[in-house]
Design a protein around this ligand. Sequence first.
Ligand code: NAP
Length: 251
Amino acid sequence: MNADKKTLLVTGGSRGIGAAICRQASRAGYRVAINYVSNQDAAGALAAELESVGGEAFAVRGDVGNEADVVAMFEAVDKAFGRLDAFVNNAGIVDVKARVDEMSAERVARMMRINVVGSFLCAREAVKRMSTRQGGKGGAIVNLSSAAARLGSPGEYVDYAASKGAIDTLTVGLAREVALEGIRVNAVSPGITETDIHASGGQPERVARMQDLLPMKRAGTADEVASAVLYLLSDAASYITGAILNVSGGR
Ligand code: NAP
C-alpha cells in the first residue's frame, strides 16, 4: 500500500458511470474504493481489473439508502486506506415510466431514500473525514445530478427528476457550508448516457429512441461523464465549488 497516494470512494462504482470514474481515477493514481449494492461480481471484477494493471482497489458492499450500511462503508474505507481525499455520490436509481398521478407513496419514498437521503448520509460521512474543522485535511466531493433536474421528465419519472433537483441544491448549499473547511463540492449533470440504467427502468431502447432528438444526435458515454468528474476532483478545479457542470451534449 502506498500511503502517499490519494484515495477515492465512489458509490455505485461497480457499473456504468461509476465504473468509468473508478477506472479513470485508478489511472490517475488514486487508490479506489468501489461501492456496490448487489452486483458483487461486477464490483469484484472491476477491483481485480484495476489491481491487475498496478492500481489499488477494493469492493465494498452497502446500500446508500441504509444509514448503518453507509457508516460501515466509510469505516471500511478508513480501515483499508486510512484517509479519504475524494468522494463521488454516484449511486442512483430510476423507476419504471409513470405519471405522477400513478405514483405510489412507496415508489416516491424509495426514490428519495436512495437518491436523496443516501447522498446526504454519504456527504455527511465524507465531510466528517475531510473537514479541516474536524481535524481532516480537506478534499473534494462530486455529486451526480441529471439533466432531468432541469427538464422535469414529464410522463416518464418526475420523481427521479425531483430527486436530482435536490442533488443540485445539496451541491450549492454544502459547497457554501464547507467552503472554509478545505472541501470543494460540485455536481456533474449528465444528459442521456449509455449505461444499464435505462434497462433497469424498463426502457432498454431509451438511448436508441431518444438519440435523434439530442443536439449531437447521440447519447454520451460513461467515460465522457467520468472525465468531467475527474476534472472537478482534481487540483485543476481548485477555485470551482458549488458548480453544476452539464455533460449533456447541449441538451
Ligand atoms: P447504472 O448503470 O444503473 O449503475 C448504477 C450503480 O449504482 C451500480 O453500480 C449499482 O450497484 C449502484 N446502486 C444502485 N442502487 C444502489 C444503492 N441503493 N446503494 C449503493 N449502490 C447502488 O447507473 P448509471 O447510469 O451509471 O448512473 C450513475 C449516476 O448517474 C446515477 O446517479 C444516475 O442518476 C446518474 N445519471 C445517469 C444518466 C444516464 O443516462 N445513464 C443520466 C443522468 C444522470 P450494483 O452494480 O450493485 O447494482
